[in-house]
Ligand binder design. Sequence first.
Ligand code: GLN
Length: 234
Amino acid sequence: MTYSLNVCHLYGDLMNTYGDLGNILVLKYLANKMGVDLTSEVVSLDQPFDPDKYDIVVFGGGQDFEQSIISKDIQTKKQALTDFIEDNGSVVAICGGYQLLGHYYIGANGEKLMGIGALDHYTDKQKDHRFIGNVVIENEETGEKYHGFENHQGITFLGRGERPLGKVLEGHGNNGQDKTEGAIYKNVYCTYFHGPILARNNDIAKHVLMNALKRKYPDADLTAQENLKVGATF
Ligand code: GLN
């Protein structure tokens, strides 16, 4: 192996309701095909996040109860996570993780859970309703289509510097109103797609790995990695 990448599975013990761990398995599988040794470890409650130690952060989805605990703890990691993101660190954030990277999330019971505001979105509540079902989106820059399954009561509105992960072709997406789904900010990919989205959408996994490699090895010739054919989206 010529290259190595280290993944932080942020609150991986609490935010893994939908098999988010599968995302790390996919990253590892594709990384190995690229000649990259990929390691990962969970960083959870009361543990510091060291931005210099990691190349990729995976922050999964969860239920309101877990989010209420994390909302408090993550404030202690706010500066370090913001520094990592501003320094072009790669992040995959799903559902509840996506919400907590923004300013706040209003839970189903009306409680306001503070995020870290590293990204400029905010998440309000729906009135006794959840968005549940299949979603198909198209990324307008690459033309790639992504497929997923959503299950969320929060409705998210994007802010400064954020562009959607895709335009909603089917399903509800961020808020059911503006046809946006997810967010991209610098090297951060956020989405409401559940669980192991990278297994269904290898293209996203490849972008995450390539961004991390380019950041860590700016002078390397990564043509072979760039040319790796990944599985089709399904
Ligand atoms: N609890 C949040 C919501 O209902 C996030 C759900 C999730 O992670 N899928 O919006």
